[in-house]
Write a protein that binds this ligand. Structure first.
Ligand code: SAJ
Length: 430
């Protein structure tokens, strides 16, 4: 530790990014104060429990707390480094709600000391570090770049693999000046094994948004191809997989839409201040946002109508093997089905119990009881080997619509099911 310039780190926001970061720093020997303003989060963590589900996180947090290197508090206190990892939700006008970043920055003003380093990690529109955080911190009468250092360093971790990727991934750090970027590098270098790239704060802010926008546009292409494939009469899954054998093509997968707190939101932060120049980004957003409607119209096609039908839905979360339902397209699909007069029973082993509590069932069997069609929306590992014989016995009509291409069609056909996969370019197969 002696070669490290910093000893005490205060992490503001104990969500999917802040908590793993705080715990990782603590296991590296830093003295970490994890701060959250939500009393429920504080109580849960202090009781040795977790308020989020992320593989491996429970053990790391527990050992960080037991070692005494991690403390959970409801307000910041003087430290060497402050890391802001609070949410930046989307407003109703499709722009970034920076109120949490503002509040977190304001909470630091009275604690800021000469020589401190402040790092913003929250995904933010370009210019936020310099234009919003810096002037708030300077209310302390200390000058950025002279008395304290300020940098932006976006997280790049994939929910479900956060702990590994926090360490392994390359990292981009943008400073308000070179000294700030280098200071932030010295902190992250203590646990990041990937290469660390330095730039200015605004570029780093834009880099983060480019990454998620690239993925959103790529998925929009896949989703558009799934619609075209239906019209053309080609199996989109096979076509994309063959196209991806080209050494310079890498198309992502179609599905019921794009959810989560990142990819479905971040592209708006890029275009919010210059909508006139933006064409492909809002269009991709629209394509992905409309995909649940496409799924519902395909379901309606295969059933003839939705009104009065009972749908058994597997999967509620925004992607496989996570408990996060934010912006989940599966939930949009269910709401649309209900609006069309269908009744829905749903099963998800990860989604919190209070989500769509009215239509939740505790097992796949119960969900499928008397259903007119099974609708697979999320490719959880536990759905990979569904048993068509057993499921068929529960259902009123043996029909399945697979939006994730996870079932082996022939097994289901053998059990008398009518089978449809999203974008397979065929009518209901019997
Ligand atoms: N999805 C598809 N088809 C695909 C891949 C994903 O429809 O082929 C859907 C998923 O089902 C989900 C949504 O897209 O609804 C987003 O899932 P994801 O796994 O692509 O991304 P996130 O939101 O879990 O994590 C992303 C990652 N960004 C990139 O890969 C560029 C992660 O590295 C970021 O740290 C994270 O956003 C973030 O916090 O910004």
């Amino acid at each position: 530790m002696t070669s490290r310039p910093y000893r005490k780190v205060c992490v503001l926001g104990l969500g999917y990014i802040g908590l793993p970061t705080a715990a990782t720093l603590a296991t590296q020997g830093f003295d970490v104060i994890g701060v959250d303003t939500n009393p429920r989060v504080i109580n849960t963590l202090r009781n040795g429990d977790l308020h989020i589900h992320e593989p491996g996180l429970r053990a790391v947090v527990r050992s960080a707390l037991q070692s005494g290197h991690l403390r959970i508090e409801n307000a910041p206190e003087p430290s060497d480094v402050f890391i802001i990892a609070v949410p930046t939700p989307l407003t109703n006008e499709n722009s970034a709600d920076l109120s949490y970043v503002r509040a977190a920055s304001e909470s630091l003003v009275s604690h800021l000391r000469k020589g401190n380093l402040v790092i913003l990690e929250s995904t933010s529109p370009p210019g936020t570090t310099q234009g919003l955080v810096l002037p708030i911190l300077e209310q302390s009468a200390l000058r950025a770049g002279e008395d304290f250092l300020l940098a932006y360093s976006p997280e790049r971790v994939l929910p479900g693999q956060i702990l590994e990727e926090l360490i392994a991934n390359e990292r981009v750090i943008g400073g308000i000046d070179r000294g700030s970027a280098e200071a932030a590098r010295s902190l992250y270098a203590s646990f990041v094994e990937g290469e660390i790239h330095l730039t200015d704060a605004k570029t780093a802010e834009m880099v983060k948004l480019i990454e998620n926008t690239y993925r959103d546009i790529n998925i929009a292409l896949a989703n558009e191809l799934s619609r075209l494939a239906e019209a053309i009469g080609v199996d989109v899954w096979q076509a994309i997989s063959l196209a991806n054998r080209h050494p310079r093509v890498q198309i992502l997968k179609p599905g019921p839409g794009v959810g989560g707190h990142c990819i479905s939101i971040d592209p708006w932060f890029l275009v919010q201040d210059d909508c006139d120049q933006a064409q492909i980004i809002p269009l991709a957003r629209k394509i992905n946002d409309d995909q649940p409607k496409f799924v519902v119209s395909m379901t309606s096609n295969i059933l003839g109508r939705l009104n009065g039908m009972t749908l058994a839905v597997l999967g509620l979360t925004y992607k496989p093997n996570v408990d996060d339902v934010r912006e989940s397209p599966a939930i949009s699909v269910i709401e649309l089905l209900q609006q069309e007069g269908a009744s829905v029973k749903a099963y998800d082993p990860f989604a919190p119990k209070n989500i769509l509590a009215d239509c939740r069932c505790e097992s796949i069997d119960k969900t499928c009881e008397n259903a007119d069609c099974l609708l697979i929306l999320v490719a959880h590992d536990t759905f990979q080997n569904l048993n068509p014989k057993r499921i068929g016995k529960q259902m009123k009509r043996r029909r399945v619509m697979d939006c994730q291409n996870i079932i082996q069609g022939t097994l289901w056909l053998d059990e008398g099911f009518q089978v449809k996969r999203l974008g397979d370019g065929k009518p209901l197969e019997t």
